[in-house]
Write a protein that binds this ligand. Sequence first.
Ligand code: PLP
Length: 407
Amino acid sequence: MSTPALATRHRLAEVRYEIRGELARRARELETQGHTLVKLNIGNPGAFGFRAPAHLQRAIADHIHDTDPYTHQQGLPEAREAIALFHRQRGTPDADADASRIFIGNGVSELIDIALRALLNPGDEVLLPSPDYPLWSAATILNDGRPVYYPCRPENDFLPDPAEIEKLISSRTRALVLINPNNPTGASYPRELLERIVAIARKYRLLLMADEIYDHILYDDARFEPLAPLAGDLPCLSFGGLSKVHRACGWRVGWAVLSGEAAQVTPYQHALDLLSALRLCANVPGQFAIHAALHGGDTISALTAPGGRLHETRRALIECCQASPHLQLSTPAAALYGFPRVVGKAAENFDDHRFALDLLEQEGVLIVPGSSFNVPYRDHFRVTLLPEAEVLREVFARIDRVLAGYC
Ligand code: PLP
């Protein structure tokens, strides 16, 4: 008789992370068999030839001899001071010079998990956007919480409706998560919308969590409005990092900044500190790049301005979707993704997973089906804007071929 397999945590059955899931595994198999693929599933700038700015690399190299010991659990003091200054400059209240409310982690990913673990008791609810970045759902579930999704509808340019958010609040709701600028939709939230959401958080005493990792990746006349200055004395945790704006995903550097009235946030601050201490500290080398990243000059605008690589790839996305009889696009104002919808005849009986698999098998292109982002519809998919424009144009020619085959 065979020995039974090891049982795993039951709630993992509720967790999905398709960005690196079954389709990506099939892609690896195809590559092993010698196929060349275009993989647009991960927003990983370094995999597309982008490099972290040289002055950030130099800051690490210059300090490599100082990186052997553990740091303070919340991160290197000088790096936290650099984050505090950056936040003070954008108007975050209480981004104090002693940086006691700043937590550096192994990417925003680790901090999302810590932030929810420090907050949730079994059955507590977290308001998440739909579509979401699926780590938010996974971390809510694995910390015994319950995701409650507020829709960001395609017909409303993927902006949420505060009235709908308010209707979803129950006595168990603890936090309201915003991903702005948004992955996967590229939406950038206007100030008056954020103000209405802050008013809801104030009315129901919710912790605001603002995932702002794409804060400076903006196109055309898009603006970024940080949430913490609008939240004022309300508890708010703002996330940022080096992975996207600074193209250094592999360094695993992210930060979370807690703002709000001391009497309200101090116990939560202590809980974050305890959980940070239990994992000792974040990777040290990358922390030495934080000051250079935040105060050493803008390196992203040249990529997002007309003529810049991200701008041109986004233009290719817009033009390809306009030219396609099968696609409709809500133009991304920000971030690194397009989230087109399949329309017309190709959309009849359309299934985003089957489409992703067909595109992979028939055309050697890996994308992420829209339903991976916790939406109730199955007619969207996500691509990153990281390849060269010409590569994206070729990808859309292949996408159109597969969609034409469905008609
Ligand atoms: N939040 C959002 C919205 C993301 O898109 C990502 C990565 O794609 C992360 C967080 C995780 O970033 P990090 O590399 O800092 O862990």
